[in-house]
Design a protein around this ligand. Structure first.
Ligand SMILES: NC(=O)c1ccc[n+]([C@@H]2O[C@H](COP(=O)([O-])OP(=O)(O)OC[C@H]3O[C@@H](n4cnc5c(N)ncnc54)[C@H](OP(=O)(O)O)[C@@H]3O)[C@@H](O)[C@H]2O)c1
Length: 299
């Protein structure tokens, strides 16, 4: 019963929310993201003595220094985001109750792992100097638990982030499946809707809501790796290849359940990196748009 409910929860739509919007550029760059510095260079050619009368070159460069807080960085999606961020030279802090994961990895050593519950977090310690917050908080359980972790936990985080003056909030939500509205009343979806609304209202010009379908990759459970990609990857290829033929069917109630392609955890992670780096990237993003955004930064 629980798993059936969970399945329905993963697949129900969020149709009452604002539809996908491609953004316009926000008014200005947040102050703490841009750091200007000047470099004064002196050179000496081979065989020419540097007698300190050599000409100097003044260079002024714009350098973005990013610092991302990943809420749930120890989880399946969160750890992929931390890893991708580290690979792009972004400073990363993770907050989760379990803190640092036990598996090894050079990227693991480069993340600042903070143990704590989002409801009782010391935000002064976590958010200082951050340029963006990414939330992967969400999950299944009883109705109350799902409302709490998918909804209230994210609302708490959005408000703390906004109050602290952090310029960007990125939420991992879920695909808007075309299911009948009576299936939408689960705590999972009411929670997700609440969280999305909070992000979009508090961050109208920079908030990002990613709506992936089923996410595949290597999920770690109790020290073991579940290779969800063995099924997810070929399924994604087949569904993406046949999308032109099957698209009209997606509008029929419940058909989207079968037809929405899964998305790799790395694509979700790189779409987040794109969101962190690109100030023109905000609003709600579909599965297709997540893949496009990921492709921009993956190379
Ligand atoms: N996996 C999918 O196929 C899929 C598909 C669509 C959307 N999504 C969404 O993507 C998000 C991430 O999913 P996931 O599969 O990566 O979930 P996950 O593996 O369960 O990760 C959730 C993370 O949140 C942390 N967390 C939970 N409660 C917390 C609290 N009170 N305070 C601080 N941290 C807390 C967990 O760590 P601790 O337990 O140690 O605190 C964990 O690091 C979720 O919002 C999910 O709804 C997932």
């Amino acid at each position: 019963m629980t798993s059936f409910r969970a399945f329905l929860a993963v697949t129900a739509p969020l149709s009452s929310l604002t539809t996908a919007s491609f953004p316009t550029r926000p008014n200005s760059l947040p102050q703490n993201r841009l750091c200007k510095f000047g470099v004064n260079c002196r050179y000496a050619e081979a065989g020419i003595k540097d007698d300190s009368r050599s000409p100097t070159i003044d260079v002024v460069a714009d350098v973005k220094s990013e610092k991302v807080v990943v809420l749930g960085g120890s989880g399946f999606v969160g750890s992929a985001i931390c890893k991708a961020a580290v690979s792009k030279g972004i400073e990363v802090i993770s907050l989760s109750r379990s803190g640092r994961p036990t598996y090894p990895g050079s990227w693991v050593n480069q993340v600042n792992w903070i143990s704590g519950d989002v409801f009782y977090a010391n935000w002064d310690e976590i958010l200082v100097g951050a340029t963006a917050v990414v939330s992967t908080l969400g999950g299944f359980g009883s109705e109350e638990q799902m409302k709490r972790i998918n909804g209230e936990a994210n609302v708490t985080a959005v408000n703390a982030t906004k109050d602290f003056g952090i310029p960007k909030f990125i939420l991992i939500s879920v695909h808007d499946y075309n299911l009948p509205s009576f299936l939408l009343s689960s705590g999972y979806f009411t929670g997700k809707r609440k969280a999305e609304s909070e992000v979009l209202s508090k961050y109208p010009n920079s908030g990002v809501v990613l709506r992936p379908g089923i996410i595949y990759g290597k999920r770690r459970v109790d020290g073991f790796e579940l290779p969800l990609d063995l099924v997810g990857e070929p399924l994604e290829r087949i569904l993406s290849a046949t999308e032109n033929f099957t698209k009209p069917l997606s509008s029929l109630p419940a058909f989207d359940l079968l037809l929405a392609p899964p998305v790799s955890v790395d694509d979700v992670a790189y779409a987040v990196i794109n969101a962190v780096k690109d100030d023109d990237f905000f609003g709600i993003f579909t599965i297709e748009q997540i893949k496009e955004a990921a492709a921009k930064v993956k190379a």
